[in-house]
Write a protein that binds this ligand. Sequence first.
Ligand SMILES: Cc1cc2nc3c(=O)[nH]c(=O)nc-3n(C[C@H](O)[C@H](O)[C@H](O)COP(=O)(O)O)c2cc1C
Length: 212
Amino acid sequence: MSDYQDLVTPEGVLALLKGRRSIRRYKPDPVPEALLRQVLEAGQWAPSASNRQPWHFIVVRDPAVRKAVSEHAAFFFLKWAHVNEAPVLIVLCGEAGGRIYQRFLHEDVGLAGSQMMLQAAALGLGTCWIGGLDPLAIGAVLKLPSAIEVVGLLTLGFPDEDPPPPSRKPLSQVVHYDVYGNQEPRSKGEAGIVVTGPLGVLLRKLRIRWRG
Ligand SMILES: Cc1cc2nc3c(=O)[nH]c(=O)nc-3n(C[C@H](O)[C@H](O)[C@H](O)COP(=O)(O)O)c2cc1C
């Protein structure tokens, strides 16, 4: 039994998952180093394809750099006010690998970001994932090497609002059993990368069972 099972309850985890909110108003108070460290560790321990951990987390606290980043955190005519307001920004970056790993870069970095948001919520901190941004311009501000790209950024700080939960689609609308459209559970389905054509046929014939 893993040691976390003594520390968390399934109900507690689900309450955290449901209770985390995107926070768009922040107090100016700085985030204590120990809390920031826990948030970063939560990202460090995310799963990733082949455990490649292709992420870099750029912690931006310097007011001048924060301001420069926030200038490019925009969507058409909207500049996100909370990006300029949050005392910490964590810019979530991914390092390019070969073609296969490139395919998983956004999933890997997204999972790290998701874990950070949840740990932050558990610590009483607020976050908001910002996808509406100019990744190239922010990459230039942060002096990213060419192999590293901005995937998104998180605002981080003590919340100055307690927004109501935005609704979620009912499970009946998004869960399908075995094949699309089936509402009743039957058996486990199969998932994975789908390679089509003659190569796909050959790959399926050559498949062996493995737990890498
Ligand atoms: C990939 C992604 C991109 C997002 N981009 C933005 C954004 O640019 N600005 C913003 O204010 N919120 C952004 N959000 C936050 C969503 O609006 C928010 O998660 C959603 O409305 C659900 O609310 P909740 O996080 O409180 O459950 C983004 C979230 C995700 C996952």
